[in-house]
Design a protein around this ligand. Structure first.
Ligand SMILES: NC(=O)c1ccc[n+]([C@@H]2O[C@H](COP(=O)([O-])OP(=O)(O)OC[C@H]3O[C@@H](n4cnc5c(N)ncnc54)[C@H](O)[C@@H]3O)[C@@H](O)[C@H]2O)c1
Length: 363
């Protein structure tokens, strides 16, 4: 139900709230790999509020300025294990006692994976293999694999305008990152489910945004923070390729809800769903939403980077049916929340970015 706080959003077709459904997770032992990152930390907070006993496994080195402080995962009552998902002993030690697993750890940046396919392979492929092996070994009830809409690539080449991506359409990754996510999807299907006692579900996130997201150095993903920070620093907002690319911008609070529901909804066993709003937004439209908060803000057109898909938006029929859920936060509201948070949080601007761009004009 658009506009409602995420914890009270009505479930599609029923009066039950998400929060009451998540009550099933009370006292459940949940391991979240990558739980120190943007999405993981928000999910951990939601699981904790539902009464789950949460353990996070994370390297905690994805951001040059401490991920611990950025996303506050250590403050939410979860146990934090700083380690690597490729470490079978550590992963096995945690999954031995787990009821549920969310595998969200990844080298989670398209440009970084293009620059360093070796790291992408180790984190996203080898790391996933270790997590799947250990999940199959122990009586884990369900593993939710976090995947990405990047597996769709540019979709059908003969379609003009923004494309809607349906879970069953042909997949054609156009980046190293996307290819690693697609491999993880297939390997999860092959190693769990019928061939093991552990069920699986796959969630394909579209473009996640929301405070306190900050970009990573050298990245071109995450347009809401990039454009907001460029405007905040008095720099022109950079519209790669003119800003015609579209994304389905899904707020991190909505993503956390959908992921938690994927752990418990019976119909999700062995299924894959899109996690998006079902609405396209172009990069230029996001710049239009941000501009009024930064009077005098400017734009420039920059080249479209390698691996940057033209994009599309989610078909949300299946997520409505199987998760009994829909996104609750409209892009306009989510962007406003982000910009207001940025303006109220001077420390949010990463040092590396301020140094690269210089101090904010008029700051
Ligand atoms: N943010 C998006 O727009 C988006 C879209 C689609 C899918 N995803 C997926 O969502 C998940 C979470 O991404 P995010 O946006 O929160 O990014 P993030 O970088 O904030 O979080 C990823 C976390 O994984 C951890 N990690 C990386 N490699 C690891 C390893 N080898 N061992 C242990 N921990 C490791 C990092 O330290 C980080 O905390 C990822 O799987 C990503 O691919 C994100």
């Amino acid at each position: 139900m658009p506009g409602l706080p995420h914890s009270t959003a009505a479930v599609v077709g029923t009066e039950e709230t998400v929060r009451s459904r998540l009550d099933k997770l009370r006292d459940a032992r949940v391991v979240v790999t990558g739980g120190g990152g943007l999405v993981g930390s928000r999910l951990v907070a939601l699981l904790r509020s539902a009464g789950a006993v949460v353990t996070v496994l994370d390297r905690m080195d994805a951001y040059p300025e401490s991920g611990h402080e950025t996303f506050g995962v250590a403050r939410g009552g979860a146990r934090l294990v700083v380690g690597d998902v490729r470490d079978a002993e550590t992963v096995g030690g945690l999954l031995r006692d787990a009821d549920f697993v969310v595998h969200a750890a990844a080298y989670a940046d398209v440009a970084a994976c293009t620059r360093r396919p070796d790291i992408a392979f180790r984190a996203n492929v080898e790391g996933t293999q270790v997590v799947l092996e250990q999940a199959a070994r122990f009586p884990v009830r369900r593993l939710v694999l976090v995947s990405s809409a990047s597996v769709y690539g540019d979709g059908a080449s003969d379609t003009a305008g923004p494309q809607v991506f349906h879970e069953d359409q042909p997949l054609f990754p156009v980046s190293v990152y996307a290819n690693s996510k697609l491999w993880a999807e297939h390997q999860t299907r092959l190693m769990l489910g019928a061939s093991s006692g552990t069920e699986y579900a796959v969630v394909r996130y579209f473009s996640v945004y929301g405070e306190p997201q900050i970009p990573k150095p050298g990245s071109h993903s995450w347009m809401v923070p990039w454009l907001s920070l460029q405007a905040r620093l008095g720099r022109p907002m950079r519209l790669n390729g003119g800003g015609d690319q579209v994304r389905d911008l899904i707020h991190v609070d909505d993503v956390a809800e959908a992921t938690a529901l994927a752990l418990i909804e019976e119909q999700m066993a062995g299924r894959t769903v899109n996690v998006g709003t079902g609405r396209p937004t172009s990069v230029r439209e996001v710049a239009d939403l941000i501009a009024p908060y930064f009077p005098g803000s400017r734009r420039i057109v920059t080249p479209r980077p390698e691996g940057d898909p033209l994009g599309g938006y989610a078909c949300v029929e299946r997520s409505r049916e199987l998760l009994r859920w829909r996104a609750g936060i409209e892009v306009r509201e989510g962007v406003e929340r982000y910009v207001r948070w940025l303006l109220a949080t001077p420390d949010a601007t990463p040092r590396w970015l301020a140094e690269e761009y210089g101090e904010p004009e008029g700051a």
